[in-house]
Design a protein around this ligand. Structure first.
Ligand SMILES: *Cc1c(COP(=O)(O)O)cnc(C)c1O
Length: 355
């Protein structure tokens, strides 16, 4: 039976990425050696890193004055690395979920943190609007897509300080205006590659302004200067990331991908709204195009386990909701085909008929 992978992360990857990476694990670039056993200083791997950085710049229209690096540590390391490098006195943060509040916690170790708004009181089911960002903040940090709660900030916010964003679960899903940002970071395991690598886009001029000392490994400038090869990068993950970037280019780039994503999300949200058994958990205007959260309608609550079993029996994988929301979450990242979303919709319809 065909499996449809709705895991939130690590999550679905394109067959193109999986197949090419598997091939390189057996024989990397005609070296007769595995990708896993070749020096990161070999000319073959240096070419991989260079192309991955260049393709990221091309796909996201990264302007002059910015650089792209790949490093380990996950998005969670960036929660401290961003303020380490950028927070001198005060930073503004938007609290839209678990990851946002984890980032806030770390930033407080480095300076004053102004949490400009929070949707915590309503279990993060919407994105606060009409907040005020103080003009003396060093930057404004937000999580563009709240993986756990299924809400998303779909446009680069208009504020009067530079932006810093955790884009772990929606990078490459829609165009962004990089020139508004001092820093963008994203763990790879949602929309790019296997876990182990984090992609970072940094504005070079924004760095080196804080008065504190920064450990070498945690200083973005170290990695920029060494072209993302200061220490051993997670080579297999970087190679897989390159395959995904090539695949994105073949699909027609980020605007084409955005159209596909919107079609998938519309298909699924329409079914959630139509089907008498289910309801969405996120405010309609803030619904994520990447992570679709839904629960059983109140009068059908007791059918939850039965639906989970039924969906599993039909090949749906990973749709159990995060414990902080409950119910279901279908993650429909870039690599997911609309056929798989249709398969889930069909399962929802079939289950409705039986009840
Ligand atoms: C998954 C996720 C993280 C955590 O990433 P790690 O790489 O596990 O540290 C952080 N932020 C967001 C938005 C995520 O989706």
């Amino acid at each position: 039976m065909k499996k449809h992978n709705f895991y939130a992360g690590p999550s679905i990857m394109s067959q193109y990425t999986i197949k090419n990476t598997a091939d390189a694990i057996l024989d990397f670039a005609g070296t007769g050696l595995s990708l896993m056993e070749v020096s990161h200083r070999s000319k073959e791997f240096i070419a991989v890193m260079e192309e991955a950085r260049a393709l990221t710049k091309e796909l996201l229209n990264v302007p002059e004055g910015y650089d792209v690096i790949f490093m380990g540590g996950g998005a969670s390391l960036q929660f401290c690395m961003a303020p380490y490098n950028l927070l001198e006195k005060k930073a503004a943060y938007l609290d839209t979920g678990t990851w946002a509040s984890n980032a806030i916690k770390e930033a407080k170790l480095f300076g004053e943190v102004d949490v400009v708004a929070s949707s915590k009181e309503s279990n993060y089911n919407f994105i606060p609007k009409n907040y005020e960002v103080p003009s003396d903040a060093d930057y404004f940090h937000f999580t563009s897509n709240n993986t756990i709660f299924g809400t998303q900030i779909k446009n680069d916010p208009d504020v009067n300080v530079p932006l810093v964003s955790d884009m772990s679960s929606d990078i490459f899903s829609r165009p962004i205006d990089v020139s508004k940002y001092d820093l963008i970071y994203a763990g790879a395991q949602k929309n790019l590659a296997p876990a182990g690598v984090t992609i970072i886009i940094a504005k070079i001029d924004a760095l080196g302004k804080v008065s504190r000392q920064i450990p070498t490994m945690l200083d973005y400038r170290t990695h920029i200067k060494k072209e993302s090869m200061f220490n051993t990068p997670p080579c297999v993950s970087v190679y897989a990331a390159l395959q995904t970037l090539r695949y994105y280019k073949q699909l027609g780039g980020i605007e084409a991908i955005q159209k596909l994503n919107e079609a998938k999300a519309t298909l699924l949200y329409n079914e959630i709204d139509r089907n008498k058994l289910f309801k969405g958990t996120a405010a309609v205007e803030d619904r994520s195009v990447m992570n679709v959260c839904f629960v059983m309608n109140d009068e059908y609550k007791d059918l939850e386990d039965e639906f989970a079993k039924f969906a599993t029996s039909k090949g749906m994988v990973g749709i159990k909701g995060h414990r902080s929301v409950g119910g279901f979450r279908a993650s429909i990242y870039n690599a997911m085909k609309i056929e798989s979303v249709q398969a889930l919709v069909d399962v929802m319809k079939e289950f409705e008929k039986a009840h």
